[in-house]
Ligand binder design. Structure first.
Ligand SMILES: [Zn+2]
Length: 420
């Protein structure tokens, strides 16, 4: 691969406390030095006016394979990740079959290696067959390289099971990634329950459904000493609960999705099924609370919950269409536009929320195959500051598509990533 000199960019690496204009020397795909380089290099890249950051990490991605290859595959999903600036993703195990065995973890690692796009960390199921009845073989999954555990798509409903999972995962110091929802309150719900759902006559999904479950899981994390990671926080109440739990020293981390700090339930007035996601878009006050939570670190990281569905499924009417929105290719553009260009987050905090913080939230003891798979694959990502912050604000539609990825539209989030 040889040597590459990235010249004159604003180098931001929160892990090392670096934020300065400098050169970065990359040798065989690995960062060798930051600072003025001596001697010639094989290649060089002028990064003046650009941010040079560690490769971004998305700890919440649905790659759909195995079982739902019509929606996404490991190959298309990891290419989408790279196009969006992500050099590592963690894939959520609600596939068909779910990732609840060592063989299933091995399958993902193998497919990811073959795709040769970004790094893929595997999240294992909390419960066997993701059925919420008995614990999956968490020890074996960890041995196979699982970095965290989740039944996402659904909550871990049985409080006793959640308690055991938190206790068990504590031995390995890996987190439970929790989808927080009280199902009795969301039955028939397609959107946030409030004035808009009432006006549209659509089934409601109240904020309390999320807040009650976050409360339960924080109590269980405090009780067990286990690590809880609250996925896709959407409500002001949820943000407040996480803030308070952190202040009490409970081991809780949290993530927010770009659509949840960008759009509100007003978007459903379009009856566009692309605005139907789980958990749903909330109110302007909730959006404000999420942004404040990201700014003060209550919400550690930004994760996309990239949840693709084949176009024909999303063309169904709102009641019948599946939940989910794409995220990998739009996350950086939205984050820069909504958070940095508005002055709510500075660049170092945004880079932290998209790279260092997710790595902190995730399990750190990923040895074995995933570690080997990562060897020599640390990458730096140059992104063009002005392009993200300004020119993309009025971009008319998705950027040029890479035809190796599935052709698909990304409304209602129309900003494409800066560099294709
Ligand atoms: Zn979820």
């Amino acid at each position: 691969m040889g040597t590459l000199l990235v010249r004159g960019g604003r180098v931001i690496d929160p892990a090392q406390g670096i934020d300065r204009v400098d050169d970065v020397l990359v040798r065989d795909g690995v960062v060798a030095a930051i600072g003025r380089a001596a001697g010639p290099t094989d290649e060089s890249l002028d990064a003046a006016g650009m941010i040079v950051a560690p490769g971004l990490v998305d700890m919440h991605v649905h790659l759909r394979e195995p079982g739902r290859e019509e929606d996404e595959t490991i190959e298309t999903g990891t290419r989408a990740a790279l196009a969006g600036g992500f050099t590592s993703v963690a894939c959520i195990p609600n596939t068909e079959p779910p990732i609840d065995t060592q063989a299933a973890v091995g399958f993902i690692h193998q497919k990811a290696a073959r795709a040769d796009a970004c790094n893929v960390f595997v999240v294992g199921c909390v419960s066997r067959d993701r059925a919420g009845k008995e614990l999956a073989d968490i020890g074996a999954l960890f041995e196979a390289g699982a970095v965290a555990f989740s039944d996402d798509g659904a909550p871990v409903y049985d409080a006793e099971l959640m308690r055991r999972a938190l206790e068990y995962c504590r031995m390995f110091d890996v987190p439970i990634l929790a989808h927080e929802e009280v199902l009795e309150l969301t039955r028939g719900g397609v959107m946030h329950e409030g004035a808009v759902s009432l006006a549209l006559g659509l089934g409601g999904w109240p904020a309390a459904a999320e807040e009650i479950m976050i409360g339960r899981d924080i109590a269980l994390a405090a009780f067990t000493g286990g690590r809880l990671h609250v996925m896709h926080v959407t409500t002001a109440g949820g943000v407040a609960q996480v803030r308070e739990a952190k202040a009490r020293g409970i081991r809780v981390t949290a993530e927010a999705c770009p659509h949840h700090f960008t759009l509100t339930d007003e978007a459903l007035r379009s009856f566009d099924a692309n605005c139907k996601m789980s958990p749903p878009l909330r109110t302007a006050a909730d959006v404000e609370a999420i942004i404040a939570g990201l700014a003060d670190g209550t919400i550690d990281c930004i994760a996309t919950d990239h949840a693709p569905h084949a176009r024909e499924k999303k063309m169904l009417e709102l009641d019948r269409a599946p939940f989910g929105i794409l995220g990998l290719e739009t996350a950086v553009g939205l984050a820069v536009t909504r958070l940095v260009a508005t002055g709510r987050l500075d660049w170092p905090r945004l880079v932290d929320a998209l790279s260092t913080a997710p790595a902190r939230c995730r399990g750190r003891h990923h040895r074995h195959r995933s570690r080997r798979h990562l060897a020599g694959r640390r990458r730096l990502l140059p992104v063009e500051e002005r392009q993200f912050a300004v020119s993309r604000l009025d971009a008319p539609g998705p950027g040029r598509r890479d035809d190796r990825r599935r052709a698909r539209e990304v409304p209602p989030l129309k900003q494409g990533p800066g560099r294709r």
